[in-house]
Design a protein. Structure first.
Length: 362
């Protein structure tokens, strides 16, 4: 048979480009400050929680993730029927895109922000309504309200700037925007505020969260969404039924219930962030105020130069020292900056030493 893959695939899939995640080196010895993972291991309770489930692996997991959803409900003071689990929060964002986006249903995004959103639009063959940020990454409230998109994705705290948005501007957006506003709160545990309380007032609000960052469980792949029970019911019918496996459910539940350990790690990250921000300030590098476990900073070389070539130079120098940070080319608001994940104090000292060498060598 003369089978031509090209002819069989959907036209929009032919032009679709795969998502490119931050580099995950497969050799050891790297200091990874490029994908906002937690520098601390997950709760020590996880090991027992996961191993105790091993004999149960011959059976399918609870498709509703009931027990984990109940634990998440306690954290946020919401009801379990307001929660959907995902294989990472990316999976929840994907389910939302499947429900709301298509060739005639556009998706709204802020630019620059999380690069998964345009990827999801492309998968659904959905047009993108992109709203450009100003230099301060202020929330363009009126532009979002005027958007015709059926769904609008925005991270808060924002990635990659790290800037957090308070509930007053978010409330204005929710009052004025006619579609579903998805606030991606992947980093909210590192912020002073979050939007969860707004769920009680606004059925057009949906919030996504993850265990990948603040709980140190990026490798386990657990995230969740919070929304109105009506929408959650619809989304349950769209997701893969067993999207969060048995071990992931058990591990995430142990992590969320170990509040003391969670708080300890969180506060350590915040304290290191403060110290690192002070160091950047001493150096005179402009850095956005961060509500996240990363900072977005504009490197300056020994001659006082900054700009894309300087940021790339430091990025490459750090790589030769086996230190990975993140560089986002192709946008005027990002191309002169580096995004640096907050590690342990000692990891940040290693980074600081390498930066000093780069300044001296340049
Ligand atoms: C803004 C934002 N949202 C979502 C995610 C994805 O998180 P998860 O690991 O839960 O899929 C990330 C990961 O880097 C992110 O930066």
């Amino acid at each position: 048979m003369d089978y031509k893959l090209q002819d069989a695939l959907l036209p929009h899939i032919l032009s679709h480009k795969g998502y490119v995640p931050g580099e995950q080196p497969d050799t050891t010895g790297w200091l990874k400050l490029n994908t906002n993972e937690n520098p601390y291991p997950p709760s020590p309770r996880i090991s027992d929680a996961i191993t105790s489930q091993i004999n149960g692996l011959r059976l399918y997991a609870n498709p509703d993730g009931r027990s984990l959803r109940e634990a998440i409900a306690v954290k946020h003071n919401v009801r379990p029927d307001q929660i959907i689990l995902g294989n990472g929060s990316d999976d929840v964002l994907n389910v939302l895109a499947r429900a709301f986006c298509g060739p005639d249903n556009s998706i709204g995004i802020l630019v620059p922000s999380y690069s998964l959103y345009p990827f999801l639009a492309s998968l659904q063959s959905a047009p993108i309504e992109a709203i450009e940020f100003d230099q301060d990454f202020d929330l363009p409230i009126d532009d979002i309200c005027n958007s015709r998109a059926g769904i609008f994705f925005m991270p808060s705290p924002h990635a990659p700037s790290g800037k957090g948005y308070t509930n007053e501007p978010l409330r204005l957006v929710l009052e004025g925007f006619s579609g579903l506003l998805v606030i991606d709160e992947a980093y909210a545990d590192f912020a002073q505020t979050n939007a969860v309380e707004l769920l009680a007032t606004f059925p057009n609000l949906f919030i996504t969260r993850t265990f990948s960052k603040s709980y140190g469980l990026a490798g386990l792949r657990v995230g969740y969404g919070l929304g109105s029970p009506d929408l959650i019911r619809v989304l349950h019918g769209i997701r893969d039924v067993y999207n969060v496996d048995l071990l992931a459910q058990a591990g995430a539940q142990a992590a969320i219930e170990d509040i003391t350990y969670f708080e300890e790690c969180r506060l350590k990250v915040l304290a290191t962030r403060t110290k690192f921000l002070e160091k950047l300030k001493e150096r005179g590098w402009f850095t956005y105020p961060s509500q996240s476990n990363f900072v977005f900073t504009e490197p300056v070389d020994i001659s006082g130069r900054k700009g894309p070539a300087v940021a790339i130079s430091l990025f490459q120098y750090l790589k030769t020292k086996k230190i990975l940070v993140r560089y986002f080319a192709n946008h005027s608001l990002t191309e002169s900056f580096l995004r640096v994940t907050i590690g342990t104090d000692s990891q940040m000292e290693t980074l600081n030493r390498a930066i000093e060498q780069w300044i001296a060598n340049a």
